[in-house]
Write a protein that binds this ligand. Structure first.
Ligand code: PRT
Ligand code: ZN
Length: 285
């Protein structure tokens, strides 16, 4: 039987969420004989734990069939891989930042400057498009300290909350690109592996669809049902069942957490009673 080999980050910001995602798909992971390989009993999936920088290369070479990695690494390494799904976690941006006390007139400021970064290829491509000439100082970590130690005048780095920049007295002046965790795949998967990947993507979609959604049940007088249907978004349309009590019905639907309290208030105004809200584990549309 074919096994789908998935590369995930060994330890770092993506590790926990990547494993969580696989486990939410009801794939249990047990540790293999070699520590760096995880095997699943109920889905033919093998996990390879790697450094995130290496994941695009391993997938391009077919050592792993698919991988979960930051889009920034995919862009930087520019290997022959296919981006199959954005996952919505590890969101960040890659930005240019300069010392706080420097006036910033616009991108031309960077002309002739020395920029420290771990992402030279993304930076080169961007600056080439803008017609700006710089010297790039490639370093693999702690990029944010480069200006204060005199290694470079400015930086190009990952920013998420922005607090690392602030604590190093830097300011973000240009967002070059956005990034999030993505699934990449080798462009030459066998049909059997492609089927396994499709199965996995279907499970992920099912899990993600349920996120933030709640199942809601309520009782309402029949003469207010139309008003209530207008408030409830539903998947297609709400389910309505007659109650034993004449003139009343039970209404079932799905609401999203973000609209939740507004909807509850309106439902009460429409005479809804006995409102029950239940978590949804999976949603197959
Ligand atoms: O050991 P390995 O090579 O596998 O890991 P790594 O150290 O290279 O990567 P890791 O685990 O730090 O990050 C993995 C991926 O997470 C990155 O490639 C991004 O896709 C994503 N990601 C999301 C981030 C951040 N947010 C982030 N904030 N990666 C790094 N940072 C760092 C950034 O470099 C900077 O130092 O956090 C700092 C900025 O954070 P704020 O919140 O202060 O702005
Ligand atoms: Zn890395």
């Amino acid at each position: 039987m074919e096994i789908l080999k998935i590369a995930i980050q060994k330890s770092g910001r993506l590790s926990e969420k990547s494993l969580e995602l696989i486990q939410e798909c009801d794939i249990k992971i047990t540790e293999g004989k070699r520590r760096l390989i995880g095997i699943s009993n109920d889905y033919p999936l093998e996990l390879l734990y790697l450094r995130d920088d290496d994941i695009p290369q391993y997938v391009a070479d077919g050592v792993a069939d698919i991988g979960i990695v930051g889009e920034n690494e995919v862009m930087e390494k520019d290997k022959n891989v296919v981006l199959v799904k954005r996952l919505g976690f590890a969101k960040c941006r890659l930005s240019l930042a300069i010392p706080q006390d420097v006036d910033y007139p616009g991108l031309q400021w960077f002309n002739g400057k020395k920029i420290a970064t771990s992402y030279p290829n993304i930076l080169k491509k961007f600056l080439k498009e803008k017609g700006i000439q710089v010297t790039i100082e490639e370093i693999s970590g702690s990029v944010e300290i480069a200006p204060s130690i005199g290694l470079a005048e400015c930086i190009f780095d990952i920013v998420s909350s922005g607090s690392t920049l602030v604590s190093n007295r830097l300011k973000e002046v240009d967002v070059v690109t956005q990034s999030e965790a993505v699934i990449i795949a080798s462009p030459k998967l066998s049909p059997a592996k492609q089927k396994l990947l499709d199965g996995l993507l279907f499970r992920i979609k099912t899990v993600q669809q349920s996120i933030g959604n709640k199942y809601i049940l309520l009782n309402a007088p029949n003469d207010r049902l139309e008003d209530i249907f207008n408030i409830l978004p539903g998947m297609k349309s709400p389910t309505v069942l007659p109650l034993h009590l004449t003139g009343w019905s039970s209404v079932h639907s799905v609401v999203n957490e973000k609209d939740f309290w507004g909807i509850i208030d309106k439902l009460k105004e429409c005479g809804a009673e006995g409102i029950l809200v239940i978590p949804i584990e999976k949603m197959i549309l």
